[in-house]
Design a protein around this ligand. Structure first.
Ligand code: IYR
Length: 226
C-alpha cells in the first residue's frame, strides 16, 4: 500500500429532502427490526454472503485509515467445537464461579443468558473479529495504529447491519476472557480478540426478550448550553 493517497473527486448524488427522509425512514425501520439472536438453525449460509458482510464492514472509517481489523471466519465443525468448549469453560467460571459480580448477573437476568453456548456449534459460521493493536511488517517492525477500538467498533456495527440486510442473524458474543480465541485460531500477538459473531438463520421457534428501545428524547440532546 502506498504511503500517500492521491485525492480524487467525491460527488455523491445530492438527494432531495423527501428522498433523504424516505431512505432514512426505510433504513431505520429495517434496522429497528433487527434483534440479537441466541437460537439458530444449522442451515448452511453461503460463504459469498459472509464475504459481502466482511467487505461491507471493511468500508468503515478508521484511525489514519489503518483498517485495524481482521475477520476470522470459521465453518469447520472441529474448530467450532473447540471454541464452544473453551468459551463455555470461561463462561461457567464467570457465571457460576463468582467471576461476575452479583450486580452484573442481575443486569443480565432479564436477558436470560447463562454459561451454555450451544449456538457456537449450531451456526454455520463463527466470525471472530480481532483488533490489530499495531501493524507488523515482514521484518517484525511495529507500526502504530490509531483509535483501534473505535475503528473496530464501527466496522462491527457495519458488519451487523450488512448481515441484517441479507436476512441473516447474529449475536455480539463476548466470551470473557477471550484469549483462547487467539490460541485456537493461531492469530499473532499484535491481534486481540474483540467480538465473536455467530452467524446463521434464526431458529423457527427463536424468541427474543421484548426489549424497549430508548426513545429519541432519551438518547438525543440538542443544542445544550445555548
Ligand atoms: N459474556 C457473557 C456475559 C454477557 C455479558 C453482557 I454485558 C451481555 O449483554 C450478555 C452476556 C455471555 O456472553 O453470556
Amino acid at each position: 500500500m502506498s504511503d500517500s493517497h492521491p485525492f480524487v473527486p467525491y460527488r455523491p448524488d445530492r438527494l432531495t429532502q423527501d428522498q433523504s427522509q424516505q431512505r432514512g425512514d426505510a433504513f431505520y425501520s429495517s434496522m429497528d427490526a433487527r434483534r440479537s439472536v441466541r437460537h439458530f438453525t444449522d442451515e448452511p449460509v453461503p460463504r459469498a454472503l459472509i464475504e459481502r458482510a466482511i467487505q461491507t464492514a471493511s468500508t468503515a472509517p478508521s484511525g489514519a485509515h489503518r483498517q485495524p481489523w481482521r475477520f476470522v471466519a470459521v465453518s469447520d465443525a472441529a474448530i467450532k467445537h473447540r471454541i464452544r468448549v473453551a468459551a463455555e469453560e470461561e463462561e461457567y467460571e464467570s457465571y457460576e464461579g463468582g467471576r461476575m459480580p452479583n450486580e452484573w448477573l442481575e443486569a443480565l437476568r432479564p436477558l436470560g443468558t447463562d454459561w451454555r453456548k450451544p449456538f457456537l456449534e449450531t451456526v454455520p459460521w463463527l466470525v471472530i473479529v480481532f483488533e490489530e493493536l499495531y501493524g507488523l511488517d515482514d521484518a517484525g517492525n511495529k507500526r502504530k495504529n490509531y483509535y483501534v477500538p473505535q475503528s473496530v467498533g464501527i466496522a462491527c456495527g457495519m458488519f451487523i447491519a450488512s448481515l441484517h440486510q441479507m436476512g441473516l442473524a447474529t449475536l455480539t458474543h463476548t466470551p470473557s476472557p477471550m484469549r483462547f480465541l487467539s490460541e485456537i485460531l493461531g492469530r499473532p500477538k499484535n491481534e486481540k480478540p474483540y467480538i465473536l459473531f455467530p452467524v446463521g438463520y434464526p431458529a423457527p421457534d427463536a424468541e427474543v426478550p421484548d426489549l424497549r428501545r430508548k426513545s429519541l428524547d432519551e438518547v438525543a440532546i440538542w443544542d445544550p448550553q445555548t
